[in-house]
Design a protein around this ligand. Structure first.
Ligand code: CMP
Length: 139
């Protein structure tokens, strides 16, 4: 089925002017950008978005990183979008990511790993709502 997922191009990628390069890889994987905006997340936004990780030892570092510079938040649409996006992103740790994936190609470390993607349809819906109104998504 054609579904949607939520993506973030993270500060390590925007800083290196890789917004287009990353988006091209998403598009070539069969995903369509149906919403996109460049934002500088507030601490409150980042803490809310990553609330599920708040007990993790890297939470503070993760939030600091995500608010360090602008990010690009996107809604991606395609056949089985969550899985398609996860496949093209590659493993969380770029050292474990497969050849040809975004993280293998561009990520710097497990924290500075260039992209975020939703891990389920349910979380995709929650994450999309965190950053986009319905009228900002044009399919
Ligand atoms: P993301 O998909 O955005 O969701 C949670 C993020 O936590 C994950 O990508 C990683 O970038 C980050 N993360 C996971 N493990 C670590 C770690 N050990 N140190 C720093 N960041 C981490």
């Amino acid at each position: 089925a054609v579904t949607r997922t939520f993506s973030i191009i993270k500060p390590d990628a925007t800083r290196r002017n890789l917004t287009g390069a990353v988006t091209k890889m998403l598009e070539e994987a069969g995903l369509r950008v149906v919403a996109s905006k460049r934002i500088h997340m507030t601490r409150e936004q980042a803490e809310g978005f990553y609330a599920v990780h708040k007990e993790r030892p890297f939470f503070g570092e993760l939030v600091d990183f995500m608010i360090s510079e602008p990010v690009v938040v996107q809604v991606l649409e395609g056949e089985d979008a969550v899985q398609k996006n996860r496949d093209v992103m590659g493993a969380t740790n770029p050292a474990d990511a497969a050849e040809g994936t975004i993280r293998k190609t561009h990520a710097l470390s497990i924290g500075e790993n260039s992209v975020h993607g939703s891990d389920s349809d349910e979380n995709a819906a929650i994450e999309i709502r965190h950053f986009f109104n319905d009228d900002e998504i044009v399919g």
